[in-house]
Design a protein around this ligand. Structure first.
Ligand code: SF4
Ligand code: SF4
Length: 673
């Protein structure tokens, strides 16, 4: 019996209805798990959100950033075109001779057939390349500790392969039965398959069509039922993740704020599934398991226990299994819940060493094609460790204590904060309360011997350019970045609030910094605490002074320079050009680039509070980076961050290459001006 004939149509209707019901039930369960999460408002600017869906879902803009993404583009659009073919197949389950020709005419139908052929072939090529990459080449980014992942990928890819071949077989038979009319005219592959059935009797053709149609139909319905249980859940969940992604203008490196005045709060930070927001759970659903984040992660690249890919995957498995179990147990975990559901989120699903390995560099978020927000979740879990369990690397204890008592991470009295400027004729706000600019020096710029030289060079340049500025000296506190990123939100907020009060006392409106961490925090996080300022990092400020002719680099500085991008200046704030423009403005200096630069720049290893933690696992991030910088042959590494300065210099020492100098942009410019 051919499709469309009774009782085939009845059986098909029942199978279709059962599959759709099962699919709908599964998706509804996944949505109910999302609803176990905390509230989060991601519904503003709906027009912009819909535009994102068109750009990133239909346009595949995020995967096309790299050549390997073209394969995904082919599979995605092949999937859409072939799904239209599938719709026709389903309609034929009720009306044997129905084709799209009734809607678009013979020529339109022939063009549709050509598209089916074209994308079918492109998908097969992309699948073969995908299988070779995953199982033969096995690049770093696809390495996984989950044996089920590659198995699932192989199953899905083979499934799609079989679907396309069955589609061609059915179209080949139909050419002889006359169902497709002249629709195969521009379909060379389908015609090739039609050649296989030349000379077959009508009975044999009808029998074969029935077999291919059923096989094709059952595979598709099986695929639909299986998707939500597979790594290809992202086919369903990427679209909503594009819809609810962070919008332009929302800083990536802006941590959420805990309200410590909320007397009903019983815990700070997150340590279980239901503490995550619904958007954080959705992030896990949307993961494509592409491994791009792992490829870029400095922790993964230096053999530390953290892989953002695996972290997202493990939490996804936990979220779904625990979510289902909680739904079944009406809010409590029933006995017999699977092992992964019973594991604690911290110390079980995610190891504490994973959490402490993160530098919050943002390389994972930059690389992720579905815009998963790893950093906030890692910090949320750290917050729970620090504030609820008092559990953190022992060496951090001293930094916390010092921040509390001295407002800097070292055991240096807070009253010494302005000492670096003694003898330099640097005005303070006590003397010049109406100064136009506040030079917010930061802990390293004020206390670290090497970074003090950056502060000195910067004030020298400010004076040369006639900028009206002052410093806060001992009235300045740590900006709050290290404490907040390590997870001590309470301590971080104390620092922030103290600074906001001082800024208010002097009516500070415009701030300059030489540290990208201070810059990021002051610019993006202080507004959450009532502190709205115009904040400039010295790279962009100095570029402006040079452009305006207020500073003119004159003395030549010979040699090749390589600029090391700071994560908090580059990836987190999009400032890539200003430092390079400044270096190019210096007479005699030539500029080269490291392999990993710009948005793909490699972290120095100090962010996320890692500066105050021992690096005992894997190899050292700063040495990895220093080796790459040495490999460029440059004689000077230019940096725009005192954290990077420390780490890169130490890396050079470790490689016994102190002949390669590390200088801050301000020092380079000051020498030339
Ligand atoms: S923020 Fe950086 S260190 Fe942390 S997981 Fe992402 S890539 Fe790895
Ligand atoms: S988190 Fe993003 S980049 Fe990492 S594996 Fe998942 S989809 Fe790919």
């Amino acid at each position: 019996m051919l499709p469309g004939e009774f009782p085939t149509s009845l059986i098909f209707a029942l199978v279709l209805a059962a599959t759709l019901a099962f699919f709908g039930w599964t998706v509804w369960r996944l949505v109910r798990v999302l609803r176990l999460g905390q509230a989060e408002n991601r519904f503003d600017r709906p027009g912009r959100r819909v535009a994102n869906v068109f750009a990133y879902f239909f346009g595949q803009a995020s995967v096309l950033k790299e050549p390997a993404g073209f394969g995904h583009f082919c599979i995605f659009w092949g999937f859409i075109i072939i799904s239209l073919g599938t719709l026709e197949t389903f309609i034929r389950g009720f009306a044997a001779d129905w084709t799209y020709a009734r809607l678009v005419g013979d020529t339109g139908y022939a063009a549709f057939g050509a598209l089916l052929d074209l994308f079918g072939a492109a998908v097969i090529v992309a699948i073969i390349i995908g299988l070779v990459r995953r199982f033969v080449v096995r690049p770093f980014r696809l390495r996984t500790d989950d044996p089920g992942g590659p198995r699932d990928a192989a199953l899905i890819l083979s499934w799609i392969l079989a679907l396309i071949v069955l589609m061609w077989l059915a179209r080949g038979v139909e050419a002889h039965l006359g169902h497709a009319g002249d629709g195969l005219r521009w379909s060379p592959v389908s015609r090739l398959f039609a050649g296989l059935f030349a000379g077959a009797s009508m009975g044999a053709l009808r029998a074969q069509l029935a077999v291919y149609w059923w096989a094709h139909t059952l595979l598709i319905l099986g695929f639909l039922a299986y998707i939500p249980y597979s790594k290809h859940l992202h086919i369903l969940m990427a679209l909503p993740n594009f819809l609810f992604k962070r919008l332009p203008g929302e800083a990536r490196a802006r941590l959420s704020v805990i309200d410590f005045t909320d007397e009903t709060a019983t815990k700070f930070g997150k340590d279980e599934l239901t503490d995550l927001t619904w958007k954080q759970i959705l992030d896990h659903y949307a993961c494509t398991e592409c491994g791009r984040c792992q490829n870029e992660c400095p922790a993964s690249r230096t053999d530390k226990p953290l892989s953002p890919y695996m972290l997202v995957h493990h939490v996804k498995e936990h979220a779904i299994r625990k979510g289902y179990a909680l739904l079944a147990g009406k809010g409590t975990l029933p006995e017999g819940a699977p092992e992964i559901a019973r594991q604690p989120l911290i110390g079980g699903v995610v190891a504490t060493d994973e959490l402490w390995s993160c530098t919050t560099c943002g390389a994972c978020e930059q690389a992720c094609p579905v815009f998963i927000e790893h950093i906030q979740e890692i910090v949320d879990l750290r917050r729970s460790l620090v504030m609820m369990q008092s559990s953190f690397p022992t060496e951090v204890q001293a930094a916390f204590k010092n921040l509390e008592t001295n407002s800097n991470p070292w055991q240096i009295p807070w009253s010494d904060r302005g000492k670096w400027a003694e003898g330099l004729d640097v005005p303070t706000f006590r003397d010049r309360p109406d100064a136009e600019w506040c030079f917010y020096v930061g802990c390293l710029g004020a206390f670290d011997d090497r970074a003090k030289k950056i502060s000195e060079a910067f004030v020298s340049l400010l004076k040369k350019a006639g900028v009206d500025f002052a410093i806060l000296a001992e009235e300045e506190k740590c900006c709050g970045d290290p404490a907040r990123r390590i997870g001590n939100e309470y301590l971080g907020q104390m620092q922030v609030q103290a600074n906001v009060e001082v800024f208010a006392r002097y009516g500070v409106k415009k701030i300059l910094t030489t540290c990208p961490h201070c810059f990021n925090t002051l610019a993006h996080e202080y507004p959450d605490f009532g502190g709205e300022y115009e904040v400039w990092h010295h790279a962009t400020f100095l570029r402006e002074l040079v452009r305006q002719g207020r500073l003119t680099p004159k003395s030549p500085l010979e040699g090749t320079f390589v600029y090391h991008d700071s994560c908090y200046l580059g990836r987190h704030n999009g400032i890539y050009d200003a430092p390079r423009e400044l270096l190019r403005a210096v007479p005699g200096a030539s500029l080269t680039e490291a392999g990993r630069h710009g948005a793909k720049g490699f972290c120095c290893g100090a962010g996320g509070g890692r500066m105050w933690m021992e690096e005992t696992l894997g190899t050292r991030i700063n040495e990895n980076r220093a080796a790459e910088l040495i490999g460029t042959g440059a004689k000077t590494v230019a940096v725009a961050c005192p954290f990077c300065m420390t780490m890169i210099q130490d890396g050079m020492k470790a490689h016994d290459r102190e002949d390669v100098k590390t200088l801050d942009l301000a020092e380079i410019l000051d020498r030339s001006c």
